[in-house]
Ligand binder design. Structure first.
Ligand code: DP6
Length: 398
């Protein structure tokens, strides 16, 4: 008998940023956060887990290379927590095989290159937890599984749901109420699309984990953010999502990205995640919105940046074409735009700029400043996949 399961999980990009832990071991945050789950058809992690009495230790392979599972590290914690849930189930159902006592082999891969500069820890830990939940046949809800994925990487807890997801910080010292909840499923607002601008970056940046700890220790602005800014923004953006009010959604998303980078700057020593290319993209989006607002219209796009220079631009489907044209005008592409939604005909992207746009807001960059453009949209939560998607061979090795 082979005990094995394969699952995939999506990437999520926050509109209200998680930045700061009140408990670094349990990964309990200093504020609530909220994200949009992106479509797994374009970006996902896939993980296969197998339990077998012949295995001699827990082992993990990422994109084909074996990684050490550090004792008491984040991966070890997630595996131990999942085995604990399985042991509870076995105690209730004595006829179930004792999978909780077997070691596991876990193989995981991303369908996007790590070099793309996109964080893979969120989708990676969500896929790990989901594949173990399927292997162990656990009845756990996505929120229950989010409690465990959170201990792998904070933002991973939000990848247990599709659509629009909040991570409630909770108040319990044991972390039992620090979990993800669905604000709305993707079907509620499928017109939300995202354009990821992969920005070239040579220098090794500050990791989220160490960066946010330094911010907690040194930034006074973070304290203001936690107490007086995030609670109100969570309410307003959740309402905006429920009402499909893109103007408010965009306003809050941009403000919160700005404040996250402001608390990074307020850290001692300061942390810079955005670069000149990131800031030029902000200028383009601000001017693009100004043209709409001056004509009496709403905001049409929102930029947001995580702990690196890549831009994620949220917009409605109807505006994606204009935005791709605009970005390509300033950031010429070496490769043809991969057009998954068929927005462009055979002529491809022309680099057109909307009427009334003040082209002086940014200077044009050379080829390669924006390495790649990925067009995706709001997506669904983790999926359990069939055996044909397995990443482990008959011997239980990749
Ligand atoms: C800027 O979840 O990567 O992307 O919990 O230490 O693993 P750890 O940090 P991580 O931090 C993500 C920070 C962020 C904002 C966000 O996703 O909310």
């Amino acid at each position: 008998m082979v005990y094995q399961a394969t699952a995939s999980a999506p990437v999520n990009i926050a509109c209200i940023k998680y930045w700061g832990k009140r408990d670094t071991k349990l990964i309990l945050p200093t504020n609530d956060s909220l994200s949009v789950t992106l479509d797994q058809d374009h970006l996902r992690s896939t993980t296969t887990s197998r339990a077998d009495p012949s295995f001699t230790k827990d082992r993990l392979w990422l994109n084909g290379t074996e990684e050490e599972i550090k004792p008491n590290g984040r991966t070890a914690t997630c595996i131990a927590e999942m085995k604990r849930l399985r042991a509870d189930l076995e105690a209730e159902k004595p006829n179930e095989p004792k999978l909780s006592q077997f070691y596991v082999h876990i193989a995981s891969k991303n369908n996007f290159p790590t070099a793309a500069g996109l964080a893979s820890s969120a989708s990676g830990f969500a896929a790990l937890v989901k594949s173990l939940a399927s292997l162990y046949q656990l009845p756990s809800t996505p929120s229950e599984l989010s409690l465990i994925a959170r201990q792998g990487s904070g933002s991973a807890c939000r990848s247990l749901f599709g659509g629009f997801v909040a991570w409630e910080m909770g108040s319990s010292p044991d972390g039992s109420d620090s979990l993800a909840v669905e604000i709305a499923p993707r079907e509620h607002w499928p017109e939300i699309h995202a354009l990821i601008c992969v920005v070239s970056d040579d220098k090794k940046g500050t990791s989220s984990t160490s960066g946010m700890q330094r911010t907690v220790e040194t930034s006074t602005l973070l304290q203001h953010r936690i107490k007086h800014v995030v609670p109100e923004r969570m309410k307003v953006i959740s309402e905006a999502i429920k009402k499909r009010d893109f103007n408010t959604f965009a306003k809050i998303t941009m403000q919160d990205s700005n404040q996250f980078h402001a608390v990074a700057l307020d850290t001692d020593p300061p942390i810079f995640y955005m670069n000149d290319v990131s800031r030029a993209i902000i200028s383009l989006i601000v001017e693009y919105n100004r043209v709409s607002v001056d004509a009496g219209g709403p905001l049409k796009a929102a930029y947001t940046y995580d702990a690196g220079p890549n831009a994620v631009i949220y917009t409605l489907k109807e505006n994606v074409k204009e935005i791709v044209e605009l970005v390509v005008n300033y950031f010429p592409q070496a490769n043809q735009f991969k057009d998954p939604f068929g927005l462009f005909g055979s002529d491809g992207v022309q680099g057109n700029v909307v009427t009334g746009f003040n082209t002086a807001v940014a200077k044009p960059f050379g080829v390669g400043a924006v390495k790649n453009l990925i067009h995706t949209r709001v997506g669904d939560g983790p999926r359990t996949l069939g055996p044909e998607e397995s990443l482990l061979g008959v011997e239980g090795l990749p």
